[in-house]
Design a protein around this ligand. Structure first.
Ligand code: ADP
Ligand code: MG
Length: 277
């Protein structure tokens, strides 16, 4: 299932005194099974963009096509689209409210009308995919760690069995260990299930190791697109729009003039240089 945005523009409170342009002529195509990143400074339009992918927001102009459904069509089946494109909001743990983690993950499948047996299967599968144990499932969402809460919220969306998983800053507010855990978990999920993943982030470090392809947003527009390596090579432009390149990217560029974007690539590169010396 391909997601395509064509010349998408969006303005909050259009025509009102608080009118605010948030997206300006955005076009992108995300293919089935890709792991794509969307990065940009706060306020660049990332959250507004991804809320168009499941029809939560309707474009002011342009259109979004998910699979063979044009979401702006009058009779678009948005209910189906919302189960196919699962959106994990920023700070999703604020939406955990049931007595147990298990019941929280079950929330969407119960609402979709599945039988108790099917609900249970979906919950178990989703929990396994995000690495939450049985023991955690029976705890209250208020008793578990920040990283576990985040994973429970992701499991709640996976329990709908979506074809596309969109995560809006899934590592925001977590410590480095929690961040690593979430990103490693997403990579594993992508590898094991082949699900399309769209990962939104306001930082660059998190995502270089993770995504296959990257869009960079600034002031409601897409300003760059490419592999992490292609994008990070342009770190001077990135810094102009408020994105800080990983220090190691800059270091290797200054020392050797080479483009790398992760610590492990830097290590390999340096070992290669030393080996040749
Ligand atoms: P990001 O997710 O990249 O931080 P957003 O999509 O949240 O960016 O915001 C894009 C722009 O739209 C910003 O200027 C923001 O202030 C504005 N905006 C976001 N949500 C609303 C809203 N509900 N009402 C009015 N303006 C909004
Ligand atoms: Mg946002």
């Amino acid at each position: 299932m391909v997601i395509r945005a064509e010349n998408l523009s969006y303005t909050y409170s259009e025509g009102g005194p608080f009118e605010r342009a948030a997206l300006n002529d955005v076009s992108m195509t995300i293919k089935d099974g890709e792991f794509v990143g969307i990065i940009g400074h706060t306020g660049s339009g990332k959250s507004t963009l991804v809320q168009h992918f499941n029809g939560l927001l309707q474009p002011v102009s342009g259109r979004v096509i998910v699979g063979d459904i044009d979401l702006s069509a009058k009779k678009a089946d948005l209910k189906t689209v919302r189960t196919k494109v699962g959106l994990v909001f920023q700070y999703p743990e604020h939406q955990l409210f049931e007595e147990t983690v298990r019941r929280d993950i079950a929330f969407a499948p119960v609402n979709m009308g599945f039988s108790p047996v099917e609900v249970n299967e979906r919950v178990e599968r989703a929990a396994r995919l995000v690495g939450l144990s049985e023991e955690i499932l029976d705890k209250s969402p208020f008793e578990i760690s920040g990283g576990q809460k985040r994973r429970a919220a992701i499991a709640g969306v996976l329990a709908m069995d979506p074809e596309v998983l969109v995560l809006d800053e899934p590592t925001a507010g977590l410590d480095p260990h929690g961040r690593k855990e979430i990103l490693a978990g997403l990579l594993k999920l992508h590898r094991e299930t082949g699900i399309t993943v769209i990962l939104v982030s306001h930082g660059m470090e998190d995502i270089a190791d993770t995504v296959q392809r990257l869009y960079v947003m600034n002031m409601g527009r897409i300003v760059m697109e490419g592999t992490p390596l292609e994008v990070y090579a342009r770190y001077e432009e990135l810094e102009e729009i408020g994105l800080t390149a990983p220090p190691v990217t800059k270091l290797i560029k200054r020392l050797y003039g080479a483009d790398i974007c992760t610590l492990s690539q830097a290590k390999e590169y340096i070992l290669g240089v030393i080996g040749r010396a």
